[in-house]
Design a protein around this ligand. Structure first.
Ligand code: NI
Length: 138
């Protein structure tokens, strides 16, 4: 761990009140850790914007497995991108719906392309992707 630096921050008291409320809701015990997490979050987001940056992404999709050929199509797409698909989790939510959670790993542009194509597939009812830098530089 690198050496700690102390900084002073001038902040509008209304904004600070809102921040304190926010961090209390999130369960932070002090402002320092909350500031550090916010800074890391922004740096990770910025790092993940670079198309060549190594990233990790979590993709969640809900779909009806009765939709004709949809399961086959999603599986085919994942096999075509097998280098990027780190792992998958399939949960049968009810009689009709499936939740599939994928962890993708690779270069930012490629990972986003795979995630977006899966989510945009006709018949996928809900899809969300969260992309983050691998954390190597944070
Ligand atoms: Ni299922």
């Amino acid at each position: 761990m690198s050496e700690l630096s102390r900084i002073g921050v001038a902040i509008d008291s209304g904004l600070l009140d809102r921040f304190d409320k926010f961090i209390a809701e999130r369960g932070y015990e002090n402002r320092s850790e909350a500031f550090r997490d916010l800074i890391r979050d922004q740096l990770a987001r910025q790092a993940a914007e670079d198309p060549e940056a190594p990233v990790i992404a979590v993709v969640s999709m809900v779909y009806d497995h009765h939709t004709r050929l949809l399961s086959e199509k999603l599986t085919e797409m994942q096999h075509a991108a097998f280098h990027a698909v780190h792992s998958t989790l399939h949960i049968h939510l009810d009689h009709d719906n499936c939740l599939e959670v994928l962890v993708l790993r690779g270069k930012s542009a490629q990972v986003r392309r795979v995630a977006n194509a899966l989510i945009a597939t006709k018949g996928v009812k809900y899809g969300q992707v969260t992309v983050a830098a691998t954390g190597a530089h944070l």
